[in-house]
Design a protein around this ligand. Structure first.
Ligand SMILES: Nc1ncnc2c1ncn2[C@@H]1O[C@H](COP(=O)(O)OP(=O)(O)OP(=O)(O)O)[C@@H](O)[C@H]1O
Length: 308
């Protein structure tokens, strides 16, 4: 899509958004509340009309009405769109019929989709008896009946417990393995880190970053983090902070009591820092290492956390 703009009255919700999704690619569209994610997604699907800009799929315009390009995309809306009192399989058949599927082909496809979202054993049960996560998976299934090439999911895991979130991710990974392209919006950096091979960060309707996760990681001032807890409380904590900060490869040091968070330019520096602490006679109560979170780049770019 290119140069998408949408205003609601005086408010410019989307202000010139452009990015590409390659075949088979999973793009994570990240942004805080009100950033313009849902509006962007609605324009991509032709649900709302852009003030300007264009969306094309395989070179064909996705317009407002029915089009060949539109038939290649599926939308999983943020709000559930299911018939609570209709068995799961019948829900899927209903959506399939809306896409023009009939008879045996419709029945076969509904079964396939139910298996894909991991609900085959609940075919005859009604969504009203499902957990929140199962409803979300059925909602994803509803967008898959017509076998879309590009699936767009608007916050597919909102309000879902961690276990169900994993089940949803298994479904998304299966779709990815089938070579489908995915766009999904999220507040959750850890989800995007798990699934996306490309990340677009938007805020105030504008694209702030559009890159592969590893590339975003490289833009961070620190690549890795080391957390150490010293055994004895040290009277000279501030002096130690200064000494640690002066060690080669250390990008920054923060502490809370005897717990030190040391940012490193590279994970390879961790061993040297630990050796230095040992040489200085400090005993470790605990230590851990971690990759610096992409959440930090988000904070750097937007000045906001994702959960603001
Ligand atoms: N139909 C509408 N009428 C008026 N303003 C709207 C409408 N839809 C969205 N907006 C405004 O446009 C801005 C972007 O909203 P949008 O829903 O696209 O953000 P979002 O990034 O999806 O946020 P969230 O994560 O909360 O869903 C917000 O300021 C919102 O209040």
């Amino acid at each position: 899509m290119s140069g998408l703009v949408k205003s609601f009255g005086e408010r410019r919700a989307v202000d010139g958004v452009s990015f590409q999704v390659r075949r088979g690619q999973t793009v994570g569209l990240l942004g805080p509340n009100g950033a313009g994610k849902s509006t962007t997604v609605s324009m991509i699907c032709g649900l709302i009309k852009a003030d300007s800009g264009s969306v094309t799929l395989d070179g064909e315009a996705v317009g407002q009405g029915a089009s060949a390009a539109k038939a290649k995309l599926g939308l999983v809306p943020q709000d559930l769109a299911l018939y609570e009192d209709l068995p799961a399989i019948e829900n899927l058949k209903l959506f399939g019929a809306l896409y023009g599927l009939k008879g045996a082909a419709l029945a076969r496809r509904a079964e396939e989709v139910l298996a894909l979202v991991g609900l085959s054993d609940r075919a005859k049960d009604k969504p009203s008896t499902f957990s929140g996560g199962m409803k979300r998976r059925l909602n994803i299934g509803a967008a898959l009946l017509h076998d879309p090439q590009l699936l767009i999911l608007d916050e597919p895991t909102v309000g879902v417990d961690p276990q169900s979130r994993n089940a949803i991710f298994d479904t998304l990974e299966a779709l990815k393995a089938q070579g489908r392209s995915l766009i999904y919006t999220s507040h959750y950096m850890e989800e995007v880190e798990r699934l996306a091979d490309h990340i677009v960060i938007i805020d105030h309707g504008k694209v702030l970053a559009d890159a592969a996760p590893a590339e975003l990681q490289r833009r961070l001032p620190a690549q890795a983090a080391l957390q150490v807890e010293l055994a004895a409380s040290s009277a000279a904590v501030e002096a130690l902070v200064a000494q640690l900060a002066a060690q080669p490869g250390v990008a920054g040091v923060r502490h809370s009591g005897v717990l030190f968070d040391i940012s490193l330019h590279d994970a390879a520096h961790a061993a040297r820092v630990l050796r230095w602490l040992d040489e200085q006679g400090h005993t470790l109560a605990h230590f851990s290492t971690a990759r610096t979170k992409l959440e930090d780049i988000f904070l750097t770019l937007t000045g906001r956390t994702l959960r603001d």
